[in-house]
Design a protein around this ligand. Sequence first.
Ligand code: COA
Ligand code: AMP
Length: 614
Amino acid sequence: MTANVDWMQEAQNIHWYEPPTCLLDDSRPPFYRWYPDGTTNACYNALDFHVANGRADQAALIVDSPVTNYQRTYSYAQLLDAVAHCAGAMAANGVGMGDRVLIYMPMIAEAVIGMLACARLGAVHSVVFGGFASNELAVRIDDAEPSLILSASCGIEPSRVIAYKPLLDEAIDLAHHKPDCCIIVQRPDVVAEMLPGRDIAWIDAMADSTAHDCVPVPANHPLYILYTSGTTGQPKGVVRDTAGGIVALKWSMQSIYNVAPGEVFWAASDVGWVVGHSYIVYGPLFSGNTTLLYEGKPVGTPDAGAYWRVIEQHKVSVLFTAPTAFRAIRKEDPEASLMGSYDLESLRALFLAGERCDPDTLHWAERELAVPVIDHWWQTETGWPICANCLGIEALPVVPGSPARAVPGYDVTVLDEHGEPVETGTIGALVIKLPLPPGTFTTLWNAEERYEQAYFSRFPGYYETGDAGYIDESGYVFVMARTDDVINVAGHRLSTGAMEEVLAAHPDVAECAVIGVQDALKGQLPLGLIVLSDGVARNELDILAEVIASVRTSIGPVAAFKQCYVVKRLPKTRSGKILRATMRSIADGQAFKVPATIDDPVILDEIAALITNR
Ligand code: COA
Ligand code: AMP
């Protein structure tokens, strides 16, 4: 049992059109509904509320783009004005309450404006990360069926400019569902070709628009769908509802991150991920903070001092990023010599999440920054931290390798494969006792059965996180590994199953397996093994180049799929199960036990030699 929060009391801190009289409808587990009879609006709580309460001139959003050499600050009043006009433009193009709007954008202000404009109208946004390719985008278009798509002519990576519009056009061609309208931000670097009758330039759409007011929505109205990787190629459309998200995120800004309204909070992530939704856009704005949208990388834009420059220039109080960003900085500047040129006095804490924080990186960051470095654990599904050292409640001692204790509201337990609680310190499935707190996902879009089956069927009465780990005698949780085929590449969650589907579709591939192997920079990288069909006489290197290219074009560069090998057979048990875990241990140089039921031990030896010498 863990501490709890008086969620009805916390609900008093947000704006309601109709305050709720009921805290929780638990009549249909696992479909719990918080504040079921309330009426509110997320955009009102993010913007109008603050403009009406003395923050009109305070900075709401700072855009810092080293890749385009551009900066701009929006006050709360200016951001509200931009959002209200964007909502007006979307409404003029037929978007209303409950309609879906897909957002495929780089890290530009219009992405934030578009998200908030959807919330203003009660439309449901679905942001797709720019590093995903057309095929992934098409799958999401078909599932969400957006009436409108917001996009931009290009995204800018340090090494190249990526034209987004051709990717979007291809995705719309591939998809069965067609949007009525696309509003495109034309960036100076690339001019997108427009399809007359469907595409409108952002600037034109906004020029004619009138400001639209907030539409009151029921508390449990979906605020957004965010697709995340599961075990198959079909991503899971995580649905977050409105009121729970507002209450929980607002609570977390002060209780977990310990930032007061008015302070600058920087989540160095991307709006395409849950961190971007919760802690670039909604959380800081609900809480009256200044949030920062950074279009750049920790290194190379222009150097490993980029984060320190941003902290100094914008007086960042709390920074949130993934450990991989710090590994990248440390690799280029091991002594943090670039830090010396900047004044980091404003920084009070660094929060890390998205992947396990290795103690080495934690110690380096602690030593160089001299502020608390807090590892915290959460998921797209939960939307806000499950375990953390809640600096706004009580700072706990930092234990390297652990994201500390369960956050109030989450009752975290470890169960064995039979669903029985394990002894303290024993590894098992990390689960959370139901109900989950407000702000966590309420269903999967178009997939209620999958929601029940994927998360709640194995351990009745609990939410299955998909992570394995243990809890020590002080209640510290240690998150060790995924229990499914999800891997974590540079803090990005990816499905090896989805990559296997792409490899298997190659005409010369008879069988394949993709495993996640350890990587010093990105945490994990995918490694593929393919078995060629009988009679294929083509050059193996050509086939490998083709499958690598097809993962890049089908899933996207973000998959970082660059290692693949041809093998004679895959190691399996006699019942035909591929020994992925055994191969993973071999690749990572860890001790492993050859299962007694192995079909062909010789092939395992051959693969071990191949992947250990790679
Ligand atoms: N649009 C198009 N392509 C993109 C993209 C986007 N929005 N984001 C990434 N990509 C591409 C990159 O250009 C790269 O392509 P490449 O194979 O041609 O080099 C590929 O996808 C992988 O990108 P990324 O994961 O960013 O790796 P990287 O090698 O470019 O940079 C890090 C490594 C560690 C610097 C980077 O991952 C990083 O900054 N991570 C910060 C943490 C973070 O954002 N975590 C998110 C969750 S909190
Ligand atoms: P995502 O849904 O993309 O945020 O990915 C969630 C997954 O990332 C979790 O299920 C974990 O596997 C992993 N993860 C996130 N934060 C941590 C952390 N602090 N420690 C260990 N793993 C983490």
